[in-house]
Every structure is written in structure tokens, then in C-alpha cells.
Design a protein around this ligand. Structure first.
Ligand SMILES: Nc1nc2c(ncn2[C@@H]2O[C@H](COP(=O)(O)OP(=O)(O)OP(=O)(O)O)[C@@H](O)[C@H]2O)c(=O)[nH]1
Ligand SMILES: [Mg+2]
Length: 338
């Protein structure tokens, strides 16, 4: 469903319309953002689509949303494929709804060029929440646009934040190698592990022990869960220091909801820790810096792309090929032409 539907009451100022890209939308950004803020699901969906499509109207969207952001608690879930991220997200969603929270869910798949597909299974898993008016579930994929999801994901988070979500759960596949580094996006990052998934700890050691604020050993109904907990604990204890957050380890069976209360409690403790130490605002400032950087880099890349056929490049190429100029100096000259 998109928010393009009824257009009878839409203002018609050309300057304020959401671009000519939409076939019949022509709804003003002002109205769209207002509706999103009041929690209208179709407006929220439409705004996230604008983000995904890198719409030119995003500038205005961002400007209008900015004063209404910074309230949501952002919880990231990450871990190897199939470890139970979506099932855990759904279980957390149930718990958060019982606590009366309005919740946004963003499932990000950097490897997929399209939404849907791999995320279809998630929709099935999330179905029980599909009709809940206080839940927004959205999947995002890169669609191959410039800059990929590096800047798009934080913008989608902003939309959900401004739409009044108390909590946003964001699920991404993989650790470290991912284009969308969930640890850079979330207030609290939950890393999921599970028994019987190869040499999980060894494989993950390199990256995960730096990013997990909370560890969930999921599929605790399976043999080997206690061993995963023991291994993980010994590695965490190795790096433990006084005054530094020591990530708790929680056992869960996401399918049945077992242990999910403990997981919520661990997340809340971490949240309290962030607030007490001032780390919450430090993380948010860091996040904002990365966001600015991603947008600036995307803009640069776009401009640079335009220079691909630039006359300077033609002549510089000739100079370098002939050995009259080194490629670094040539690159400097090209950049100076930006
Ligand atoms: N036995 C058991 N199976 C589980 C548990 N949690 C999830 N599963 C199953 O594990 C499979 C993968 O779960 P998902 O939640 O899709 O895992 P995911 O990490 O989101 O997977 P991707 O998004 O593909 O990376 C599904 O068949 C789940 O039903 C659990 O606690 N115990
Ligand atoms: Mg999933």
C-alpha cells in the first residue's frame, strides 16, 4: 500500500508537491510528514519509499522531520543468516506491544537488490503483527542506488522515529562485512548466536565481541546452547574491564518466546547504562556524524559520476598514459575541478 491514494484534499502548490515522479500522488511533503507524524501508516510507508528511491524531495522531508526525531530507542539485531533474528524480532515485538510501546521494525538486506524475496518469509513470521496499528514493519534493500543503504537506513529510521515509534527494531544480516553496520545505527546492539551453526564463536570472534551490547544465544532448545554460552562468557571475561559495560548473555528460544523477557530486561539495563554514563548522547552524535558523512560522500560520488565524461578527464587520461603526469596529480586536478 502506498500513500498515493486519495488526493482530493491535497494542496496543489507545485513547489510543495512530492515531485513529478509519482504518477498521481502530488501530495505535499508538508502534508505527508504531518500525516506520518500522526502515525498514519500509509504516509509512513510512502516516506520510506521516497527514502528507498532516493527521491529529490528527501531534502524537504528530512528538514520537516528533524524537529520530531531523537525520541525513539533503536535496538539492532544482528547475527549469521538463519540464527533467528526475525523470529526474535517478532518475539520482542510481542513483548514491547504488551508493554504498550509503539514499535517500528526495519529489516535491512544489503545483499538484495530488491525488497521482498528473501524477506517474504519474515512477513509470514511477522504476520500476527500485520494488523496492529501501532506497529510498522518495513523491509529495505539497496536497489543498487548510489551510496546504497549507508545513508538510506538512517533516513528510514528518522521517518519511524518522527512517526512516534517508541522503539525501533532493526534487523541486518551479518557482522562486520555488512554495508549497513547495525552497531553504528543502534543504541543497543543485540548479537545473536545459536548452537549447531558451525564454529560460530571462532568465526565471529573477530567482529562480534566489539559490537555486542547484549548477546542472545538463541535456539536454546537445541543441544550445545550451554556450550556456546560458556565459550562466549570466557571470551567476554577476557576483555572485561572495571567500569566498562560487560555484555550480558541471555539464552532464548525465540520460537516459543522463552527467555525473551530476560532479553528485554538486558536491553533495558543497557539502555539505563547508556543514559547514566552519557554514552547514549555520545552514540547519537557519532551516528549523526556518520550520517552526514554518508550523505556527503554520496553527493560527491554523484558529482564525480557526472565528471566521468568530463573534458578534463579525457585530457588527463592522455597525459597519464603518455607518462607526462602521474595519476595522483591527475586525480588532484580532477578533484579541484569539482
Ligand atoms: N529450534 C529453534 N528454531 C528456531 C528458533 N528461533 C528461530 N528458529 C528457526 O530458525 C529458522 C531461521 O529463523 P529466522 O528468524 O528466519 O532467522 P534469521 O536470522 O532472521 O534469518 P535470515 O534473516 O535469513 O538471516 C526458522 O526456521 C525459525 O523457525 C529457536 O529458538 N529454536
Ligand atoms: Mg531474517
Amino acid at each position: 500500500v502506498t500513500a498515493d491514494g486519495d488526493e482530493t484534499d491535497a494542496p496543489t502548490s507545485v513547489r510543495e508537491t512530492v515531485g513529478r515522479r509519482t504518477s498521481r500522488g502530488q501530495r505535499s511533503v508538508a502534508e505527508l510528514t504531518e500525516r506520518a507524524q500522526s502515525g498514519e501508516p500509509r504516509a509512513v510507508a510512502r516516506l520510506i519509499s521516497l527514502v528507498e528511491d532516493a527521491s529529490p524531495s528527501l531534502r524537504e522531508v528530512a528538514e520537516r522531520l528533524a524537529p520530531h526525531t531523537g525520541r525513539a530507542q533503536i535496538i539492532g539485531l544482528t547475527g549469521a543468516p538463519g540464527v533467528g533474528k526475525s523470529t526474535s524480532t517478532s518475539a520482542l515485538l510481542t513483548g514491547l506491544r504488551q508493554a504498550g510501546k509503539r514499535v517500528g521494525v526495519l529489516a535491512v538486506d544489503p545483499s538484495s537488490p530488491f525488497s521482498g524475496g528473501a524477506l517474504l518469509g519474515d512477513r509470514v513470521r511477522m504476520q500476527e503483527h500485520a494488523t496492529d496499528a501501532d506497529v510498522y514493519i518495513r523491509s529495505m534493500a539497496s536497489r543498487g542506488h548510489l551510496g546504497g543503504l549507508a545513508w538510506a537506513t538512517p533516513q528510514a529510521l528518522r521517518v519511524l522515529d518522527a512517526a512516534g515509534c517508541d522503539v525501533i527494531l532493526i534487523e541486518t544480516v551479518g557482522v562486520g562485512q555488512s554495508e549497513v553496520d547495525v552497531a553504528g545505527l543502534a543504541d543497543t546492539t543485540v548479537v545473536l548466536l545459536a548452537p549447531g551453526m558451525g564454529d560460530g564463536i571462532q568465526a565471529a570472534k573477530a567482529g562480534i565481541l566489539e559490537i555486542g551490547d547484549v548477546y542472545a544465544v538463541n535456539k536454546a532448545d537445541r543441544e550445545g546452547a550451554d556450550q556456546v554460552v560458556r565459550d562466549l562468557r570466557s571470551v567476554i571475561n577476557l576483555g572485561a574491564r572495571d567500569g566498562v559495560w560487560r555484555p550480558p548473555i541471555v539464552k532464548t528460544v525465540a520460537q516459543t518466546g522463552e527467555g525473551v523477557d530476560d532479553l528485554m530486561e538486558a536491553i533495558e539495563k543497557h539502555r539505563a547504562h547508556l543514559e547514566e554514563t552519557g554514552e547514549l548522547s555520545a552514540r547519537r552524535r557519532r551516528r549523526a556524524r556518520r550520517e552526514i558523512e554518508a550523505i556527503a560522500l554520496t553527493t560527491l560520488r554523484e558529482r564525480f559520476g557526472d565528471l566521468g565524461g568530463h573534458a578534463d578527464l579525457e585530457s588527463l587520461g592522455a597525459e597519464v598514459a603518455a607518462g607526462r603526469l602521474d595519476p595522483y596529480a591527475a586525480a588532484d586536478r580532477l578533484l579541484a575541478a569539482l
